[in-house]
Write a protein that binds this ligand. Structure first.
Ligand code: HEM
Length: 408
């Protein structure tokens, strides 16, 4: 029997560069249904995405967890753990409003800004270790450990459990059905259970004796909302790992790839490092770590001139919207001096990324410290041999990136 034709977006070869296909879809099929793997209408144009994310009553987040498409790989017991009653990212008002207020009291921009010196210390230590080697593996040496270490310290996780943390977070990402990687369900389940047990214990400990960490702040903030259970807090801590680690890792990795492929832009940053925060915004636009997110229609609706039945799943394809020429001039040009406004890489509306200030800060510090030590990076071997992309359609970033560094 002949295999059914797969959609071009679901082809492994596309992982290296999905943008030409996005461009074709944006022009020829800006709203269209993809059954295999997605089961969703894919929304490709910038102008169609804003109204969707602004209308939670019509485009619901309920059940649209990052890990939603995991669930048919998992046993009912584990499924219950990963789909909590009250999940911030997978809820609508009024539950979302209460949860967001609650975590907003703990995860404040002030708490994040105060972290800058410590983030810099961690980054400098990782970069120093990395640059002692002839060949650098940027993802493993810097891009992955930086956000994990920062969030683990914020939460108050003991240093000896950090390795476990990284594994739990990686497994959670790989458990997504949007990943073309196959991680054994038994390993996923063990990992999900271990994270839950660890978090539950940590929360109970902080209830008895609060510390100066994010878990304690969450426990305190949760205490003010009577519907928030320990299970919800565990789920939120898990969400921080899933939503915050791989995404920030990919931001640093995608940024380095863009700069390697555009040496003149690297030189602009060498000449003027104060451009780094702007460069981070351009990296977010140019190669978004989150390529798209899901919503479900609560009624029959029109999007981009198409009628979507009630109960349809939609995927807003940020990777395409951020390159939409109707919104961005010369969208395929990577320009660290571009005035970037209106990219969707952190989402939009009520679910706008809670961790955006932290992600921006970590990427800024990482690139500032790299620029301070390194005159130039180049691929360790040919680009194809040095760079391997993750097999995930939804979280985009290098799996490995081998480089040689010419030090200052
Ligand atoms: C939400 C992207 C880093 C925590 C989101 C959403 C996007 C996103 C697109 C919206 C989801 C939706 O509307 O359904 C990113 C990217 C990051 C990043 C690209 C890095 C470059 C972080 C970090 C944290 C974090 C570092 C925390 C440590 C969250 C949370 C939400 C969220 C808790 C849910 C907010 C809500 O539903 O109200 N993120 N994120 N993210 N992000 Fe991030």
């Amino acid at each position: 029997m002949q295999a059914p034709p797969t959609h071009p977006l679901l082809n492994r070869d596309v992982l290296a560069n999905p943008y030409p296909i996005y461009a074709q879809l944006r022009e020829s099929a800006p709203v269209h249904y993809i059954e295999p793997l997605l089961g969703a209408y894919v929304i490709c144009r910038h102008e169609d995405i804003g109204p969707i994310l602004k209308s939670p009553a019509m485009f619901s987040s309920k059940g649209m967890d990052l890990s939603r498409r995991t669930t048919n790989k998992l046993s009912p017991e584990i499924r219950a753990l990963v789909t909590p009653e009250n999940s911030l990212i997978a809820s609508d008002p009024p539950i979302h409003t209460s949860l967001r207020n609650m975590v907003g009291r703990a995860f404040t921009p002030k708490r994040v800004a105060e972290l800058e010196p410590r983030i810099r210390e961690i980054a400098v230590e990782l970069i120093n270790d990395m640059l002692r080697k002839d060949e650098v593996e940027l993802m493993e040496d810097l891009a992955a450990p930086l956000p994990v270490t920062v969030i683990a310290e914020m939460l108050g996780v003991e240093p000896e459990r950090r390795r476990d943390f990284k594994r739990w977070s990686d497994d959670a990402i790989n458990s997504s059905n949007l990943s073309l990687a196959d991680t054994a369900p038994a390993r996923l389940e063990a990992s999900i259970r271990a994270l839950h047990e660890y978090m539950q214990q940590a929360i109970e400990e902080r209830r008895r004796s609060p510390r100066n960490d994010l878990i304690s702040a969450l426990v305190e903030a949760g205490g003010k909302e009577d519907f928030v259970t320990s299970g919800d807090l565990v789920a939120f801590c898990r969400l921080l790992l899933i939503a915050g680690n791989e995404t920030t890792t990919n931001l640093i990795g995608n940024g380095m790839v863009a700069l390697l492929r555009h040496p003149a832009e690297w030189e602009k940053l060498v000449a003027d490092p104060s451009l780094v925060p702007n460069a981070v915004e351009e990296i977010l636009r140019y190669d978004s770590p989150v390529q798209g997110i899901f919503r479900e229609t609560t009624q029959e609706l029109q999007v981009g001139g198409q009628t979507l039945p009630a109960g349809s799943r939609v995927m807003t394809l940020f990777g395409s919207a951020n390159r939409d020429p109707r919104k961005f001039q010369e969208p395929d040009r990577f320009d660290v001096t571009r005035e970037v406004q209106g990219h969707y890489s952190f989402g939009y509306g009520i679910h706008f990324c809670l961790g955006a200030p932290l992600a921006r800060l970590e990427a800024k510090v990482a690139f500032e410290e790299l620029l301070r030590r390194v005159r130039r990076f180049e691929f360790a071997a040919s680009p194809a041999e040095s760079l391997d992309w993750n097999s995930n359609l939804f979280l985009r970033g290098p799996k490995s990136l081998r480089l040689k560094a010419q030090l200052r």
